[in-house]
Design a protein around this ligand. Structure first.
Ligand code: 5GP
Ligand code: ZN
Length: 111
């Protein structure tokens, strides 16, 4: 999607602070972190949100969730982390390219 900010990050047109990349997924630090560690893992192929996911996305969704604890540990989150997926306007989603937030290191969670 040409007007999608995360597709532009995947394409290298917008820089990011990259943590991990393979053929299917990209992980990078959030530009406005809400905790000492705050990064996100996204599928490289554009899909707007969980609502638009179908059977073809099952593998990449599983890959992202299995990757999360490994990357969290690499980022120093030995004690655990929060995993947040905002879906749709009603779910507070602002960037409509599916992403899983990994958040931690900030003490008690705000919610
Ligand atoms: P959402 O509310 O859609 O779940 O979260 C979108 C997240 O993307 C926000 O936490 C915001 O800070 C982050 N974000 C928006 N634009 C950029 C960007 O250009 N680069 C990075 N690294 N993060 C971004
Ligand atoms: Zn996109």
């Amino acid at each position: 999607m040409s007007d999608c900010i995360f597709c532009k990050i995947v394409a290298g047109d917008i820089p990011c602070n990259r943590i991990y990349e393979d053929d299917d997924v990209l992980a990078f630090h959030d530009i406005h972190p809400v905790a000492p560690v705050h990064f996100m893992i996204i599928p490289k192929a554009h899909v707007a949100s969980l609502t638009e996911c179908a059977a073809e996305h099952q593998a990449v969704l599983g890959k992202i969730l299995l990757l999360a604890p490994n990357l969290a540990k690499e980022q120093g989150l030995d004690d655990g982390f929060r995993t947040v997926i905002n879906t749709g306007k009603g779910g507070g989603q602002e960037v409509f390219h599916l992403h899983v937030h990994i958040i931690g290191g900030g003490g008690p969670r705000p919610l």
